[in-house]
Write a protein that binds this ligand. Structure first.
Ligand SMILES: *Cc1c(COP(=O)(O)O)cnc(C)c1O
Length: 375
């Protein structure tokens, strides 16, 4: 039975005792920064992504920024992305000196609308950053057809999509750059962290330089700096958490999918019609069920709804407010009404609790609370 007196957050990491012991070992070893554990995690991730080269970083955000730098993107270039994401997705474009260009989202999938991407391409467009929202992949065939037609790089913001797939192929195992986040809320985590799937040895060389101050080493005491790099390396402490999480990735994702399925069953077929709320796309082929979203009808005030759920000891998230309506983006000329679908979703979306340690009773508790608010 679900304990209704207990607070249910929208997400929570699952960490086994073996991982806690392994982290303790690392702390005792005296080697805390990037070392053998980082190498082991990169090797496992590379195997996971079909043998493609992978490098780890200390956030999903810097992972995307480094991909942009490797692609040579900077001042004077335009990069097309979605207004419906965590603000990091657009911030990294500005960070490189390039200009973010938004294309509105699809009302059902909440992923970037590829027709609108194509319409936004100019001679200055250099790359597309699509987001696989909640782990539901974008149309990869269409995305890469556009990239090929207009000679654009793709940096997949796959922060939420580890273990997702497209037509039987794993996200990250094909395509151009794929950037993953291991921030604590993601399907597997390292506390904070990320990884980039790359295309070749030259990109790996650049990734390693941008990751650590632009440094190249040779021999015992050879060192040079020929580009401006940052301080983006992952620690062995974080990598050890990641290695412990990798063992459970398939099981975590299977549990998420089972709980998501139970959400649909518990809401029932007439829920959308009765309430005017929208459930997510019921994709049990491709999605890793990073989040379970509910779009509230426009007659419902989201903050009021969130408070009513909190009163029933249920925590919700909202992922995400439309990026272009933040003050810093308004200062760059973006205004209300430019991307109406992302704006509506940004105001009305809530994230329901979904994490591997939940059980079916927890799902039922959430569903009855939602129904008590909306019906
Ligand atoms: C989490 C997330 C990021 C940022 O990752 P960090 O590891 O927090 O830097 C970027 N984009 C999306 C879609 C995310 O969910």
């Amino acid at each position: 039975m679900s304990d209704t007196s207990k607070f249910l957050p929208f997400t929570k990491p699952t960490i086994d005792e073996e991982t806690i012991a392994a982290v303790t070992e690392v702390l005792r070893s005296g080697w805390l920064t990037s070392g053998p554990k980082v190498q082991a995690l990169e090797a496992q991730l590379s195997e996971y992504f079909g043998g493609r080269p992978v490098r780890t970083f200390n956030s999903g955000t810097c992972t995307m920024e480094i991909a942009l730098r490797i692609a040579g993107i900077g001042a004077g270039d335009e990069v097309i992305t979605t207004p419906n994401s965590w603000v990091a997705t657009a911030n990294v474009i500005i960070e490189t000196g390039a200009t973010p260009v938004f294309a509105d989202i699809d009302p059902k999938t909440h992923n970037i609308d590829l027709d609108k991407v194509e319409a936004a391409i100019t001679p200055r467009t250099k790359a597309i950053i699509p987001v696989h929202m909640c782990g539901l992949p974008c149309d990869m065939d269409r995305l890469y057809a556009i990239a090929e037609k207009y000679k654009l790089r793709v940096i997949e913001d796959a922060a939420q999509a580890i273990g997702s797939s497209w037509k039987g192929k794993r996200i990250g195992a094909f395509g151009d750059f794929a950037s993953f986040s291991f921030q604590v809320n993601k399907n597997i985590m390292t506390g904070e962290g990320g990884c980039l799937v790359l295309n070749n040895a030259e990109e790996v060389r650049l990734a390693e330089k941008y990751r650590l101050q632009g440094v190249t080493r040779s021999g015992l005491d050879g060192i040079d700096v020929d580009v401006l790099g940052g301080k983006y390396n992952m620690t062995d402490i974080a990598a050890t958490i990641g290695l412990g999480q990798m063992k459970h990735l398939a099981e975590f994702n299977a549990k998420r999918a089972a709980l998501a399925k139970h959400y649909f069953t518990s809401f029932g077929n007439d829920f959308e019609q009765k309430t005017g709320a929208e459930l997510p796309v019921a994709d049990f082929e491709n999605s890793n069920w990073h989040m379970f979203h509910l779009v509230l009808p426009e007659s419902v005030n989201r903050a009021t709804f969130m408070q009513q759920m909190l009163d029933q000891q249920i925590g919700l998230g909202y992922h995400y407010r439309a990026i272009h309506l933040f003050s810093m983006y308004r200062e760059r000329g973006f205004t209300d009404g430019m991307f109406p679908i992302a704006e509506r979703i940004g105001k009305q979306i809530v994230t329901l609790p979904l994490f591997p340690a939940m059980n079916t009773e927890d799902v039922e508790r959430v569903v009855s609370a939602v129904k008590s608010c909306l019906l």
